[in-house]
Design a protein around this ligand. Structure first.
Ligand SMILES: [Zn+2]
Length: 511
């Protein structure tokens, strides 16, 4: 039996998340011939259910598993809903989702009315409807709406102290919402008694990745050289997103950083609303680098800002990847959806808190080191990419010296951003199938890639493709997942937020 998930399209938010997780799914188009019974799990959309409700009901009666969100469940289950506006939620203690901490939605929830529903998390309002044989998981929010959201807001980030660092980042916690979805799918596979298979996040032998991003922000030659020397001393690869304003810095300084990657930050330190202004600004930087024989493949916008016009410019100027925490942070790479298509420019989210933001929250050097160590431990505990960034003019090389030696003890893969992009693109393009018959699992893939098998109760394991594995001979290991003790108070208004916003506005005006 082929194990695959069926996704009714259009459903770009879902498509994005399932691709990030590297799951085996097939898209189902409305006017095509399709048979829901080929799938172990189906994710419909409203359009499909409106025109083919009976097919889903039939599928459900044959042990079908369905995940529906707020637009679709009232039609599928013929039940009412009440609405409520949700800014953020901390999942219920003891629930499946508790480990994710504070999740930002800023969205309208539709909560199903019906007393025959099972509660998966009463704070998140995630429910389960059990038919005689099938299951429907009901999400009160819309994955498309949340995952494709483009707005940003100032948020405070967790640390074990009173005053917290803040940054203007993606309003919705897209990374955590992806994890909630993944957790639901994983739990549902338990009903199938089959482990869930996914393309492993990293090349064979790697459990995570450490990427160091540098935004030059008009730093001095000396500051740039000192940071480069420190990276060399600790054997750390980095990607320099350079400003091109001072033409001497390119040939005299950045060009000599031959061990690292050079990419573009800006000519003018600004993200514009219009297409043309963004285009001219970035093209100017691109041409200057070109003059010295550097073809930049990556881009990171000033202030981490992102908008649709910037997205289009990056596509038209043939960038391969970009990195903006205003679009997303602490998450896996993905291709953003702009207007009606997935762009060709991969987004690589980072952890958005820089030394500058920590300093503004009055962290001393020791606290800064501890902050980054905690982020590293947290990300590694769940095999997420560790991607940190720095501005050379903020110096604090003593802090980075400690961070670099800490990361060295973790022995993780340390590519440049472009190397990581190349890997993720290859992973994205790899398609695989997986088969479960006679208690044997076989992942069939044409590329050289590892796969992770996960069992909700037993844990996970990495396997090779094209080899048969007997289910009862697979040894799974359970991993402890660190969690931050995030509190709702992190989202309550604080006067410092206004001060920080005012300071940022002033900084933008100056440039
Ligand atoms: Zn900058």
């Amino acid at each position: 039996m082929q194990i695959k998930i069926g996704l009714c399209i259009p459903n770009p938010g879902w498509e994005l998340v399932l691709s990030q997780e590297g799951l085996c799914f097939e898209t189902i188009e409305k006017d095509s011939e399709f048979n829901l019974e080929e799938f172990v799990l189906v994710i419909p959309n409203r359009e499909f259910v409106e025109s083919n409700r009976y097919l889903f009901i039939k599928y459900l009666a044959k042990n079908g598993l369905i995940i529906v969100d707020k637009e679709t469940f009232p039609i599928l289950l013929d039940i009412g809903a009440h609405k409520r506006n949700v800014s953020y939620i901390i999942p219920k203690v003891g629930s499946l989702f508790m480990k994710f901490g504070l999740v930002d939605f800023y969205s309208e929830f539709s909560i199903p009315k019906g007393n025959s529903l099972l509660i998966l998390d009463e704070f998140l309002d995630i429910y389960e409807y059990l038919d005689k044989s099938g299951t429907v998981v009901i999400l009160p929010f819309s994955i498309n709406e949340l995952i494709l959201n483009k707005s940003s807001v100032r948020k405070r980030f967790y640390a074990e102290r009173k005053e917290l660092p803040s940054e203007v980042v993606s309003k919705v916690s897209k990374g955590k919402i992806r994890e909630i979805i993944f957790q639901i799918i994983l739990q549902n596979f338990l009903k199938l008694k089959i482990p869930l298979a996914q393309k492993w996040y990293y090349p064979s032998g790697s459990e995570s990745v450490f990427i160091f991003r540098v935004d030059t922000d008009f730093c001095s030659a000396e500051d740039a050289k000192n940071l480069y020397a420190l990276c060399i001393k600790y054997n750390i690869n980095a990607t320099w997103f350079v400003d091109t304003k001072d033409q001497r810095m390119l040939p005299e300084i950045y060009k000599s950083f031959t061990q690292h990657e050079l990419a573009i930050h800006c000519e003018n330190h600004k993200v514009y609303k219009s297409y043309k202004e963004n285009y001219d600004n970035i093209l100017c930087a691109k041409n200057k680098l070109m003059k010295y024989g550097v073809t930049a493949k990556g881009f990171a916008a000033p202030f981490g800002e992102w908008n649709n016009n910037l997205g289009k410019v990056l596509e038209d100027l043939d960038f391969e990847y970009s990195s903006e925490f205003g679009l997303d942070y602490d998450d896996l790479p993905f291709y953003p959806f702009v207007e009606d298509h997935f762009t060709s420019v991969m987004q690589i989210p980072i952890h958005p808190i820089s030394v500058g933001r920590l300093r503004r929250a009055h962290f001393n050097d020791v606290e800064m080191v501890n902050y980054y160590k905690a982020i590293i431990d947290y990300d590694l505990s769940q095999n997420m990419p560790v991607i940190l960034y720095h501005h050379p003019h903020h110096r604090r090389l003593n802090v980075w010296e400690e961070v670099f030696s800490y990361i060295q003890t973790k022995k993780v893969w340390n590519p440049t951003m472009h190397e990581f992009f190349k890997w993720w693109k290859r992973r994205n393009n790899n398609s695989f199938s997986y088969d479960f018959s006679d208690e044997n699992i076989k992942v069939i893939s044409n590329g050289d890639m590892d796969f992770r098998l996960l069992d909700f109760q037993k844990g996970s394991t990495i396997v090779n493709s094209n080899v048969s594995h007997k289910l009862d001979e697979i040894s799974f290991t359970k991993k402890e997942y660190l969690r931050f003790n995030e509190k709702k108070s992190m989202r309550r208004y604080h006067w410092r937020d206004s001060l920080n916003n005012y300071e940022q506005k002033k900084a933008k005006k100056k440039q």
